[in-house]
Write a protein of this length. Structure first.
Length: 114
């Protein structure tokens, strides 16, 4: 009876070691993918901030220029504001196909990259 307990005990120890190792590998892969997604997000956000600041400066200049052409500065700001309202309406109606689906596909492709 004692000789049967030895291989069975060894088998349980190996199964326990295997399960611990498997869980550790899964945990490390999850950490790696999370770090990859977050680093991509941070890089994209930094780029977005730079583009937003440049866009703000260009839009103020454009509004002043259009206002000068229309002989009223505030007409230029209203014109540029109206243009962005049209863009916002388009984004509202096409947000799924233009924003949600591409972002979802990008995140999924990063997560399932080998």
């Amino acid at each position: 009876m004692n000789s049967n307990e030895q291989p069975l005990e060894s088998l349980f120890e190996k199964a326990e070691d295997y399960s611990k190792t498997t869980l550790e590998v899964i945990r490390l892969k999850a950490i790696s993918k999370t770090a990859e997604v977050l680093s991509t997000l941070v890089a994209q956000m930094a780029l977005l901030v730079a583009i937003a600041l440049a866009s703000l400066t260009i839009n103020i200049g454009l509004a002043l220029w259009v206002g000068k052409l229309l002989h009223n500065i505030y007409f230029g700001f209203f014109s540029v504001g109206g243009f962005y309202i049209i863009i916002a309406i388009l984004l509202y109606f096409f947000k799924n196909s233009w924003i949600k689906i591409p972002v979802r596909k990008g995140i999924i492709s990063i997560l399932f990259e080998q």
